[in-house]
Design a protein around this ligand. Structure first.
Ligand code: ADP
Ligand code: ASP
Ligand code: MG
Length: 416
């Protein structure tokens, strides 16, 4: 049994398409210091001067979120999730307040809003809350007053009126949910690379920037480690028909379009990318049923990835960040279980593989030649994923990327 699990979606009211509204999201590196914040402010003012109603979603500056999380663990070994959210939501507010000041100095009007002030309503799951509604009245009012609206990413207010955060990388999701709710057809994601690449460009310098990827491919890539977009942001984009333009914050170059699949994407290349995670905990469980186990894990909001069942043994993987929550569930069920922390995962993804058999065979042959033996293999119609020793992950990405000819410029799928 193999599944790729994607979560249910917020039922955002269908917004009237509003071509004049531009949602622009800037990641942590893009707002890392005062000069960069001023640069972002300039870009927002230019976008407004170009005739757009501008909503910007900002991340926390540089490593602020990591620093805040570290601080929490210095005070407490298991910080209370509600208080952790109160703490780590602060980083994004700092960026927005500073950007609003910089915009004022450039002679334009701006207002910074917390997620809660912006009307981002979530469920009550701290640390990985899901957006259930966007009540954008205040944003509309500010836009009507010709203000640039700065929304703190990664956070909302729960239906119980507590501050929540949306999981790491969650500012992407804030931006796409706002684009959907405001009827903006496109959401621009400005980041520290030029777009979505055939592999993490930090690991594979010859990786090619993709001109376009389908929502399905991007979902699989994001879910299997390409952290350039949070998975949930892609789910919302797909279900609400928001095109994503992932582009560099350091230039005005075009980036990667994430949108509906079309034939031009398929004819160019079989494989769109190789993704990886260096750590993913693999659990082996006996003494329970799949339905009982996965209901309990879902109840604890554990992000289960791979699931394999052979006979009475159930094998599944989950992110390292979910280790405590998973352990609590397994202990609570009183089942026999073990976990491996020495594995990572490499995945080959491409919509073209639907109609081309032999991709799996080639992937296994390439890994075998490099002396790498997968521990668990899972597939979807457009993905082959192998759990392998963490130490072998970097090599696996490089050899697969080369074997599927993703170093070649044609991998870009450039077209008009
Ligand atoms: P931001 O702070 O802008 O949200 P992130 O750090 O979350 O940026 O995501 C961008 C990073 O994602 C890049 O620096 C890059 O190292 C990494 N990444 C991993 N896989 C890919 C990929 N396939 N394409 C582009 N970037 C990738
Ligand atoms: N600042 C948050 C994080 O580091 C959210 C984001 O950057 O998207 O995960
Ligand atoms: Mg990010």
């Amino acid at each position: 049994m193999t599944t790729a699990q994607f979560e249910p979606l917020p039922d955002l009211a269908a917004a009237e398409p509003s071509t004049g509204t531009l949602v622009m999201k800037f990641g942590g590196t893009s707002v890392a210091d005062p000069e960069k914040i001023t640069g972002v402010a300039r870009r927002l003012v230019e976008a407004q001067a170009g005739g757009n109603r501008v909503v910007a979603v900002l991340s926390a500056m540089g490593h602020t979120t990591d620093d805040l999380v570290r601080l929490a663990y210095e005070v407490s070994p298991r910080p209370k999730p509600r208080e952790l959210d109160m703490l780590i939501s602060v980083g994004e507010r700092i960026s927005c307040a500073l950007a609003a000041m910089a915009i004022h100095d450039l002679g334009a009007e701006a207002i910074s809003l917390t997620g809660s002030q912006a009307g981002i309503v979530t469920d009550t799951v701290h640390g990985r809350a899901k957006i259930v509604d966007v009540r954008a009245r205040r944003i509309h009012e500010a836009l009507d007053q010709d203000r640039i609206v700065l929304v703190a990413g990664f956070q909302g207010v729960s239906t119980d009126f507590d501050i929540t955060t949306l999981g790491r990388g969650g500012s992407d999701t804030t931006a796409v949910a706002l684009a959907a709710a405001l009827g903006a057809g496109v959401c621009e994601i400005y980041t520290d690379v030029e777009g979505v690449f055939t592999a993490d460009p930090r690991l594979v310098p010859t990786a090619q920037k993709l001109h376009a990827v389908s929502y399905e491919e991007m979902l699989e890539m994001a879910a299997s480690g390409a952290k350039v977009l949070q998975v949930r942001s892609v789910e919302i984009a797909r279900s609400h028909d928001v095109k994503l333009h992932v582009r560099p914050s350091f230039s005005s170059a075009d980036g990667t379009w994430v949108r509906e699949e079309d034939d031009r994407m398929l004819e160019k290349a079989l494989i769109s990318g190789v993704t990886h995670t260096r750590e993913e905990t693999l659990y082996r469980v006996t003494g329970t049923t799949a339905s009982q186990l996965f209901a309990a894990l879902a109840g604890a909001s554990v992000n289960v990835d791979t699931i394999v069942q052979t006979g009475p043994e159930i094998v599944f993987s989950a992110p390292v960040d979910d280790r405590d929550a998973t352990t609590d569930v397994l202990d609570g069920l009183g089942v026999e279980w073990s976990a491996r922390d020495d594995l990572g995962k490499v995945s080959v993804i491409g919509a073209g593989m639907k109609s081309h058999p032999g991709v799996a065979a080639k992937a296994f042959a390439v890994l075998a030649e490099a002396g790498i033996e997968p521990e668990v293999v899972t597939t979807s119609p457009i993905k082959i994923a192998c759990h392998i020793p963490s130490d072998d992950v970097d090599t696996a990405v490089v050899v697969l990327h080369k074997a599927f000819e993703l170093d070649a410029p044609e991998a870009e799928r450039a077209h008009a």
